[in-house]
Design a protein around this ligand. Structure first.
Ligand SMILES: C[S@@+](CC[C@H](N)C(=O)[O-])C[C@H]1O[C@@H](n2cnc3c(N)ncnc32)[C@H](O)[C@@H]1O
Length: 437
């Protein structure tokens, strides 16, 4: 493809993303390229990078256009503005590529030329920008993020803009971490142990691993270190009864089965049949044989039958995912303040349901990949108000027992990991104990 044709395809991809603001951009990109199989590997990478560049900077680009009186800029304008503001292109350079020739985007019309001309020579980030676009954070999340990070917000916001490394977990049911590192090295993949998780391995250059022998044989799983630490904190031991209440595709179930050495019983629950289906495949590949899957439905009697029967109940709740923005930059523009309010209510209802399963003296572990206190500490405070028979466990002691000699992440009784402070995705976890009867 010519450079102009690549740009034109990037505009088409960006248009598709703009047209479905609630759909994850990577799913849209997959469909886009599946329908255009004639776009080869390096063209595809180039087209993706151009479109993702504009998606990552969407909040800042919107601010520049709103200053010019444009509230809904087209994909052509967004991409042109990104070339000028982020990549330092001149207006002439943009015009040469919007040439109207075969496979190129049509020439700029007068209004487009005038708008892009006003942006030429400007930097992407200006001191007079309000905090939201300056830090590349949406307005609805600002109050929570300011509460969480205070004067460290700029540092955390910068970390959220960096590319995340690829973290793996060694499947201790099949292999030690050292042996998993050696298996990866034998396939030409250099990984290093993660700083905190005893099973974690990090690939700095994010080389994909899904086609490696180590992955196909179930020796490794892709899992952010923060997610591994949530599983570690659940402290599921051999012989226990454990419910992974929001198991999804079993990311944490797999790690729990490993800490339990495949002994005892895990019930991986979810309301999504499709996710539990994916969980089945992963459990088989990892040789997990102490886990069953349970689809939660309305009017389900399973919860009542299992009331107070579990030693550990993990609630890895649906959340805004603010802690994963470095991996999913489009989520900043896809999620809204209304989503946050709805999720807070949903999390409370899930916690009420799941807590019924905890036996006296057992533990309820609540986790999110959110950095917002509304979904984390405030959610816990409200739960503890409603359930006087639960109390937070002393977090520092718990941490020291699980990871002796390391610094517990989080000032209070809960784990609070963030990209800027811990190099992980943002994760929150609370370990609550039900009063022994
Ligand atoms: C953060 S994801 C779980 C990720 C998973 N634990 C992992 O580590 O891969 C949240 C999950 O909660 C599920 N969910 C949503 N509403 C639920 C409900 N009312 N009860 C149980 N699970 C629910 C979603 O389908 C989703 O799979």
């Amino acid at each position: 493809m010519t450079p102009a044709a690549r740009l034109s395809a990037a505009i088409d991809l960006l248009s598709a993303v703009e047209a479905s603001p609630r759909r994850p951009a990577d799913a849209i990109a997959n469909d886009f390229f599946r329908a255009r199989r004639y776009i080869g590997g390096s063209d595809r990478r180039n087209v993706s990078e151009r479109a993702w560049g504009a998606i990552r900077q969407r909040l800042r680009l919107a601010w520049h256009f709103s200053e010019l009186g444009i509230q809904t800029p087209s994909a052509r304008l967004l991409l042109g503005a990104h070339l000028i503001l982020a990549d330092g292109w001149t207006l002439d350079g943009v015009e040469q590529n919007f040439s109207g020739e075969r496979f190129a985007a049509s020439p700029l019309v007068e209004e487009e030329r005038a708008l892009l001309g006003k942006l030429a020579g400007r930097p992407l980030v200006l001191p007079r920008m309000p905090d939201g676009p300056r830090l590349n954070l949406p307005d609805w999340a600002m109050p929570g993020l300011v509460t969480r990070f205070g004067d460290k917000l700029a540092k955390e916001a910068a970390a959220m803009e960096e590319a995340a490394p690829l973290d793996l977990r060694a499947n201790l049911l099949k292999v030690t971490r050292e042996a998993a590192l050696a298996a990866l090295a034998a396939e030409g993949i250099a990984a290093t142990p993660t700083p905190l998780s005893p099973w974690g391995m990090r690939i700095a250059d994010r080389r994909p691993v899904s086609a490696t022998k180590a992955f196909l044989e179930g020796l490794i799983e892709v899992q952010d270190e923060g997610s591994q630490l949530v599983a570690l904190l659940t402290d599921a031991r051999p012989g226990m009864r454990v419910a992974d209440f929001c198991a999804g595709a079993a990311g944490k179930t797999l790690a729990l089965a490993a800490t339990m050495a495949n002994k005892g019983h895990i019930v991986a629950c979810d309301t999504s049949a499709a996710r539990l289906e994916g969980a089945g495949r992963r459990l088989r590949r990892a040789d997990v044989n102490n886990a069953e899957r349970h689809l939660l439905t309305s009017g389900d009697k399973w919860r009542k039958r299992n009331s107070r029967k579990f030693d550990r109940v993990l609630v890895d709740a649906p959340c805004t995912g603010t802690g994963t923005w470095r991996r999913n930059p489009d989520a900043r523009i896809r999620t809204t303040g209304r989503d946050l309010s709805e999720l807070v209510l949903k999390q409370a209802a899930i916690l009420d349901d799941a807590s019924e399963l905890v036996r006296p003296g057992g533990r309820l572990v609540y986790a999110t990949c959110s950095l917002l206190p509304e979904e984390d500490e405030m959610q816990m405070a409200a739960f503890l108000e409603r359930h006087a028979d639960f109390a937070p466990m002393p977090f520092d002691e718990l941490w020291e027992a699980l990871l002796p000699g390391t610094q517990a992440p989080g000032p209070g009784p809960y784990m609070a990991l963030s990209p800027g402070s811990h190099g992980t995705d943002g994760f929150f976890a609370a370990v609550l104990q039900r009063q022994p009867s």
